[in-house]
Design a protein around this ligand. Structure first.
Ligand code: NAD
Length: 256
């Protein structure tokens, strides 16, 4: 699918990987709905990028919010052709703490809600709008990219909730791609390694440096635009479908 003249919903588009995608899509001539809880950063980015972009305040677990974002895409830009779903959260909590107390159940549920149920909510509502669009000459109506993590495969101690949520995103990819194939909608998941975004900025510099050094090559944190470059390629390469792509410099996370 061409990016030019097509419209993309980018969740988590106010920050990090999502913001890099927003910038890249606009540069390539696409129109973008930024859907994010962070209103200040999202509106600022939308204002900087101009008339090709709209911001909608969205909590991805809320059906009405996501419906508003999808409807905005159709009313403002005439349709919805792609989703890049980057909204997500990370926590570090062990199954048992030092004193042997169990992981808080509400915390586990919250991570599953935001990362897994949020992904499902966005995709189900976006797909329902996409099937109403006209297919292009190749029969394609849309492309959906979700974001897992290498933690889905090599989750570390303390990542039990996060790894479970991202494992769920991986598991949904193929059945959704199979189901939506008849409409000409592709579904692909990117599983990033360690990227230099505000999510990682919370860690001390020493920890960030050490994480970067664990990457076989290139031995550094990933740059958000490298994620966005892969998202662009996925949109443009019609043969990519039903796959989870690790983007990680060959890192395999150690137990801790
Ligand atoms: N940075 C990394 O190293 C890394 C690695 C693997 C996976 N990921 C995944 O990539 C995605 C993007 O992460 P990032 O590093 O850009 O983080 P980030 O914190 O920079 O951006 C995440 C964005 O999601 C938004 N968001 C969070 N919860 C939301 C909700 N309920 N509804 C709407 N918006 C919400 C935040 O406001 C923020 O703007 C996440 O799903 C994360 O788990 C990141």
């Amino acid at each position: 699918m061409d990016i030019q003249q097509h419209t993309f919903l980018v969740t988590g588009g106010s920050s990090g990987l999502g913001a890099a995608c927003v910038c890249r899509l606009v540069k390539a001539g696409g129109k973008v709905i930024i859907a994010d809880l962070n209103e200040d950063a999202g509106r600022q980015l939308a204002d900087e990028l101009g008339s090709q972009v709209r911001f909608v305040k969205v909590n991805v677990v809320n059906a009405a919010d996501v419906t508003t974002a999808v409807t905005t895409s159709v009313t403002e830009f005439g349709g919805l052709h792609g989703v890049i779903h980057c909204a997500g959260m990370a926590i570090a909590t062990k199954l048992l703490d030092r004193e042997g107390n169990p992981h808080d159940l509400d915390t586990f549920s919250k991570v599953i809600q935001v990362n897994l149920v949020g992904t499902f909510n966005v995709i189900r509502l976006a797909a329902a709008a996409m099937i109403k669009g006209e297919p292009n000459a190749a029969g394609e109506r849309g492309v959906i990219i979700s974001t897992a993590s290498v933690a889905a495969f090599d989750g570390q101690i303390g990542q039990v909730a996060y790894a479970a949520s991202k494992g769920g995103v991986v598991g949904m990819t193929l059945p959704m791609a199979r189901e939506l194939a008849r409409y000409g909608i592709r579904v692909i998941t990117i599983a990033p390694g360690i990227f230099d975004t505000p999510m990682m900025a919370a860690l001390p510099e020493k920890a960030r440096q050490s994480l970067g050094e664990q990457v076989p090559f290139p031995s550094r944190l990933g740059r958000p635009d490298e994620y966005a470059a892969l998202a662009q390629h996925i949109i443009e390469n019609e043969m990519l479908n039903g796959e989870v792509i690790r983007l990680d410099g060959a890192i395999r996370m150690a137990p801790k």
